[in-house]
Design a protein around this ligand. Sequence first.
Ligand code: GLU
Length: 427
Amino acid sequence: MISVKQEVRTSHANTPLSPLEEFQQILRESVSKLNYTQSAYELLKEPVRFLSVQIPVRMDNGDIKIFTGYRSQHNDVIGPTKGGIRFHPEVTPDEVKALSGWMSLKCGINDLPYGGGKGGVVCNPRELSFEELERLSRGYVRAISQVVGPTKDIPAPDMYTNSQVMAWMMDEYSRIREFDSPGFITGKPIVLGGSYGRETATAKGVLYTLQLVSELKNIPVDQMKIIIQGFGNVGSYLANFLYEQGAKIIGVSDVLGAIYDERGIDIPYLMGKRDSFGTISNLYRNTITNKELLEKECDVLIPAAIGGQITIENVNRLHADIIIEAANGPVTREASKILQKKGTLIVPDVVANAGGVIVSYFEWCQNNQGYYWDEELVDQRLKEKIQGSFKNVYETSKRYRVDMKAAAYIVGVKKIAEAARFRGWID
Ligand code: GLU
């Protein structure tokens, strides 16, 4: 095995690795396992393009406020870059870069003709009015319009952005370009060229991977006790699908707190009561913290909220045999190594939550064809793709004797490196 130059620092207890450093660390491991040259690592360790923008927005009180936004294009060797835009107060350049790298892996693993991209705006959507949110969404598109487009870089929803935000962005882009461009962005409302099944796609993808895990571990889904952190687009639909399949959802949470009930939670009730940010804990008097929820005993723990939730600090207090990363980057690499030693099965984010980008790809295909599919076809193709990828990554993990996260990098990097070699970008 060749060794790729060590230039990433290892983490210390009080200075954990940043998401980008984690990405680079696992990337380096996978490039070594594949016996690739240093140039493969150098090409992929950073995005090929990174844009930082300042966005002036007229607020409802008449003042102008300047927001900071980013767009990271990790790699365009296979095709245009693709990935969501998050609106969140803690968005950082480092995180957006790492997220775009993870998107490259998701696209590679699922044979999508894209590289990875990701965008973010530093803001708190809870504090913005509907009108301010619209002006911010349009302002962001104006700021990045030169580097995006249906054959360049195709955005989509991510944390705290939804089909309404995509509709404003599509409208703004179409005005700038002076033609109707539905394929510029995915996750649109159905009536504007969105795809059936896109709204629930990430959750469905997680469900399909969990069904394979259930076969692997010989535990039927309807006998599983499950905890889901987060009740946003992924957590809420996933909880509902699992509830319909007879699983017992014993814990769910939002940004404010968590609900825990060993007897199982009435998910359809919460579905009817949640707000657009997935707030539900305010409906209950006896809540616990998110931290406490993660430590409760269950068969399957599904972090579906934000990154960096399971770390060296709390990993030894976890009581789950199976962890499915429905969020991006919820388990740090160090924590996952400890869990792996204990025999915990961790399905990595780039496998488990790829349903969103898979159906985004279907949406883009439909936009390009001008011919629209029914929900059944979308669903069937999503299932084929995500289950195929899960099996491929699982088998790769056995072949290379690595965990599923490292195997996912191996599968994704292999695809990108092959394309890069044909183009003459790497040796
Ligand atoms: N934001 C989603 C993700 O992290 C979806 C990206 C897309 O649909 O392009 O995978």
